[in-house]
Write a protein of this length. Structure first.
Length: 330
């Protein structure tokens, strides 16, 4: 399939269209594309060029997403489109998010068959920005549910409210990047705005399982004050939203910054634990910070090492005190 008419856009005189999928609200003249590079004005109508066009396909551990409260130790078929709504200067996947790359078309039915052939728990839409695949997601998600397969979306959360409300309840689990709690950071280093991401976290967490990742970049978004403000706000949405503080490594257009120190990550972990029930550290080994602890009695209920997990839960509850642990466990 070469292209499919897009959802969420409006037409105006002169064959000009305005895309309403994400907050960029791109005004696109005939023959041009929006900022994501995959939505094009053809003859005064907006088409998605990326429908089912997949830049990479892998079978990954669910913990790699990272999702720690979602069927631990399972493997999930992972795919991603070529493009993104952001232009993050530290992007780890910049070659497939910011540049044109070869793609392979996988129809919704073929995707389901591939997941079943691989004995996957389901499908993870990940690597770049899967929300630009909006029309594809709406077609694939019901098929996954019909086959008893799970769906997870790893996203920057930059989407307008109306399409977010239509999509969120169809997805089993999200990991949403909350890149900073400072709008100046979002504008300067990502090309976005934080309030829309916060709104999506609120929407998604009301209807689906949500975990949040915060990559701590030295000197830019790693102050204890910003971390505390972020964790306090997340706790007001729900104390049970797991947060992953992730270590930054120099990459792409941020080669001039050092990796995040273990001390900074440990401090973020301690701050997070004051406000949230489930806090983790990634991209570095700090003993104990990958485990899930019961918020009630402190028992280790899921013990992790790298991408493997030893699940001690009893039907989703702490085996010591019976406290229900938020997550999708089977």
């Amino acid at each position: 399939m070469d292209k499919k008419e897009a959802l969420y856009y409006s037409k105006s005189e002169g064959n000009i269209v305005r895309c309403h999928l994400c907050p960029h609200e791109c005004v696109i003249r005939e023959g041009n594309r929006g900022r994501c590079r995959v939505r094009e004005n053809t003859g005064g109508e907006l088409f998605t060029l990326s429908y089912g066009r997949t830049v990479t396909v892998n079978l990954d551990p669910i913990e790699k997403k990272p999702l720690f409260h979602f069927i631990p130790s399972s493997r999930i078929l992972s795919i991603g489109p070529n493009g993104c709504t952001f232009t993050c200067k530290n992007c780890q996947n910049w070659n497939i998010s910011q540049e044109e790359m070869p793609t392979r078309y996988i129809s919704p039915r073929e995707l389901i068959d591939l997941a079943e052939e691989e004995s996957s728990a389901g499908v993870a839409f990940t690597y770049t920005e899967p929300l630009i695949w909006y029309e594809y997601l709406l077609d694939v998600l019901p098929l996954l549910k019909e086959e008893g397969l799970k769906s997870v979306v790893i996203t920057n959360g930059f989407i307008n409210e109306e399409p977010a409300l239509e999509l969120a309840g169809m997805v089993d689990g999200f990991n949403i990047d909350l890149k900073s709690f400072n709008n100046d950071f979002y504008r300067k280093y990502c090309g976005g705005e934080v309030e829309y991401v916060k709104n999506f976290i609120e929407i998604a967490s009301s209807v689906s399982h949500v975990e949040v990742t915060n990559l701590l970049i030295p000197g830019l978004n790693d102050s204890p004050e910003e971390t505390e403000a972020m964790c306090r706000w997340l706790s007001e949405v729900s104390r049970e939203i797991p947060i992953h503080f992730s270590r930054f490594f120099p990459h792409y257009r941020m080669n001039d910054r050092p990796p995040t120190s273990a001390e900074t990550l440990q401090k973020a972990y301690e701050i997070g634990r004051r406000y949230l029930d489930y806090v983790y550290i990634g991209n570095i080994f700090i003993n104990g910070t990958e485990n899930t602890y019961c918020p009630e009695c402190g028992t280790v209920v899921v013990e992790r090492s790298g991408f493997s997990a030893d699940n001690h839960l009893d039907s989703g509850c702490c085996p010591s005190c019976g406290r229900e642990i938020k997550g999708v466990w089977s």
